[in-house]
Design a protein around this ligand. Structure first.
Ligand code: FAD
Ligand code: UDP
Length: 400
């Protein structure tokens, strides 16, 4: 038994498997199988193994851990994020402390500029943005607030992603910064999206040009992937990479399943497909030390096909002669990255959630499995809470 497990661990942790075909059937039993090695799956695995003493098998169809937070060195030796820029931020000391068990941090505060017809201005909109854009000299928060109030168009009730912005800054600034970007990013007008989407981005009357104001803002010192490797490095955890759940669900008996993939896929799209938005990432390396003044430049103009450009050296502090960038092109097809927040999608999700609630031996965790537009820290918080509930349930079952 132990030998077989060691063998799986040895094979899988260091040499990602491309296909499970040809594998001898492993007649081992796991307490828990976990589908997905992203934040949701890795936190569940770490807690179940290290705190709960459970034997866990983690399966991911991608050939690497870390899910969408995966980073690695590209051909130029620059640490890049394969699936677009990931910046860690949270207000929760508990979540920050939990992750701090697996990584040191590099202090980093994210700053974003928007390219408005070639002029780079701070995003979120702040007093500097207004002064630059309109050639003004607004000196106080009160002056900036009065300027915005003179342009804001009251909307009652505030329901959509257009309403939120127009009621705060008026139609012109809405069109400049939000309408085109959102149409590109989501393939629909902001008026068709729940208000929660653009409400992620605040409007400021001060000159704070940070993208986030959370108490904790930092990047894992050696990258996200290294942090995940440490989380998953436990004798109770085996890892199968490059393997789809559908191909191994029967091969590895387990008492409980944690599923972090798309919930509609788990149920065979029984009620139809849940919409997810995708992106195509174009990674480029330039023969220049620096390309842009900050990590991310947003392109709100609808005529530009990408939404934003990331230059990783700003995030990581890496020093090199060359620099690597990622251009994000939104797409209707491809890997599911974003649940699309609108009422009809939520209603469809609720039907799948009802099926999920009727499966006592499966926990659904994470952005795809609970169809929530969650940041990394929210997924960690959700997984920690799910683990607490699950460990109580497993203890009750064991006592029966
Ligand atoms: P995922 O990371 O998607 O992991 C799910 C895993 O399950 C995947 O690796 C997938 O391959 C695997 N899987 C699915 N189905 C199967 C199957 N059938 N068999 C085997 N494996 C399967 N958050 C922030 O906090 N800050 C940011 O700056 C930030 N930037 C982002 C930028 C982009 C472009 C995107 C798309 C997201 C960003 N996020 C950011 C959000 C962050 O990526 C997510 O909150 C987090 O990664 C979700 O973790 P997860 O485990 O739920 O899902
Ligand atoms: N948004 C926008 N213009 C911007 C930045 C954001 O219109 O310059 C809108 C857009 O709809 C986007 C949403 O606000 O999808 C949330 O932005 P955020 O930067 O949080 O998106 P994420 O990093 O999750 O892709």
């Amino acid at each position: 038994d132990a030998l077989v497990r060691t063998e799986i661990a040895a094979r899988t942790r260091h040499e990602p498997v491309v296909s499970p075909t040809g594998w001898p059937p492993v007649r081992d039993r796991y307490d828990v199988m976990i589908v997905g090695a992203g934040f949701a799956g890795a936190v569940m695995a770490e807690r179940l193994a290290a705190d709960g003493g459970k034997r866990v098998l983690v399966v991911d169809r991608r050939p690497h851990v870390a899910g969408n937070a995966f980073d690695h060195k590209d051909e130029a030796g620059i640490l890049i994020h394969q699936y677009g820029p990931h910046i860690f931020h949270t207000n929760s000391a508990d979540i920050f402390e939990y992750l701090s068990r697996f990584t040191e941090w590099r202090p980093y505060e994210h700053r974003v500029l928007a390219d408005v017809d070639g002029q780079l201005v701070p995003m979120p909109i702040n007093r500097t943005t207004l002064n630059l854009l309109y050639g003004l000299d607004l000196k106080t928060e009160e002056e900036a607030a009065a300027f915005l109030a003179s342009r804001a168009e009251p909307v009652e009730p505030v329901r959509t992603s257009a309403d939120v912005v127009i009621s705060a800054v008026g139609r012109e600034l809405y069109e400049t910064f939000f309408q085109g970007y959102t149409r590109k990013q989501w393939g629909m007008d902001p008026s068709e999206l729940d208000k929660s989407v653009t409400a992620r981005v605040p409007t400021r009357t001060n000159v704070d040009d940070r993208y986030f104001t959370d108490k904790f803002q930092a990047m894992p010192a050696e990258g996200f992937t290294r942090m995940f490797e440490r989380m998953l490095d436990h004798p109770n955890i085996d890892l199968l990479l490059g393997v789809d759940y559908a191909d191994v669900r029967e091969a590895y008996p387990h008492d409980h399943l944690v599923f972090t993939g798309p919930i509609d896929e788990y149920f065979g799209h029984r009620y139809g497909k849940l919409p997810y938005r995708s992106l195509r990432f174009e990674h480029r390396t330039l023969d220049a030390e620096q390309h842009q003044p900050v990590a991310v430049v947003n392109y709100p103009n609808e005529a530009v096909p990408y939404t934003r450009v990331t230059e990783y050296k700003h995030l990581t502090g890496q020093v090199a002669e060359r620099t690597s960038l990622t251009f994000e092109y939104p797409s209707a097809t491809g890997d599911p990255y974003y649940p699309i927040p609108r009422d009809e999608n939520q209603a469809l999700y609720k039907r799948y959630e009802a099926l999920a609630l009727a499966e006592p031996n499966v926990s659904f965790v994470g952005r795809l499995a609970t169809y929530r537009y969650y940041n990394m820290d929210q997924v960690v918080g959700q997984a920690l809470a799910t683990y607490r509930r699950l460990s109580a349930t497993l203890a009750e079952r064991a006592a029966e």
